[in-house]
Design a protein around this ligand. Sequence first.
Ligand code: SF4
Length: 346
Amino acid sequence: MSEILSFTLNDLTGYLNQNFGKGEFHAKCIYRYFFKTGKKDIENLDCFKNQELAFKFKKSLRFPTPVILEKKESEDVIKFALELDDKAVIESVILKMKTRDTLCISSQVGCKMNCGFCATAKMGFKRNLYPHEIILQLYTAKFVLGYDIRNIVFMGMGEPLDNYENVRQAVLILNEQHGFDIAFRHITISSSGLCDQIERLGKDTCIKANLSVSINSADNDLRKKIMPVTKRFDLFTLKNTLLNYPLKEKGIIFITYTLFKGLNDSREDALKLVRFLENIPCRVNIIPYNEVEGCDFKGCTDKDIADFSSLLESFGLFVRKRWTKGKNLDAGCGQLAGKIRGGLSD
Ligand code: SF4
């Protein structure tokens, strides 16, 4: 049975055509109704003069029934965990913003990248999420929990570019103008630095979402320890990849640098980062580390963040600082997922 959440309008049109001999008129009518309202009673739509056909069609598709295992809410942040068909659990975070709410979504169950500071890494890799499971997180946030989500960041569990095809399809569904209609500039894909996939994203003419790369150290040896992906793609390769990324067509490159106390927060570390970012048009997000149980990495203070950021700014870098209290949207992938688990088990 096909999942309606895995369809763009084109996909639904093809499906209707192949299975029911109907075309774009019916597809648009169903797509708009379901994806704009979240309602499933498509048999009552005016476009279906023949209700029998509508029921047949409805029966042939699977409509979402999210199972929310846990939900936790603070003033600005809502964290929820969904149980999937195979009992796998994924986590998502809604950040309530002034102008638009943001949803941080997961792309995998677990992760292969094994970053030393990350809660998701601790659970190992279980599997990739299918497009409908990625979209289910938005469906839940919007239509079950009732938030006006207009911004999506792939910074939950998993390395999105390690699940390229499914994330790509999910991004197309998010962007579908007859459905969720989220502009590419409001979608950010965060990567640990999988250069071959970043290159692939750069060449992908259909996907114009923002790219965010977690750097966390501009010292190759240290980064190898923090982020083992560096053994596969060293900083030299990563820099070349970012230099060649087609920025104009693909929005903005965000560089995320999580500050760990006593590890990557020195003046020398800042200078190395400045050198690394030379000629890369980007915005730098300096964020505090949310300590994770079982990881030795230590969080820093707001003063550490201010000092480190000032140094970068003195070299002309555009820096956004995140503080240890309040919203921490610009975490690298996995960081928010770790927070959810911590939060949910409170
Ligand atoms: S930080 Fe991101 S890429 Fe690294 S292990 Fe965690 S989820 Fe994976």
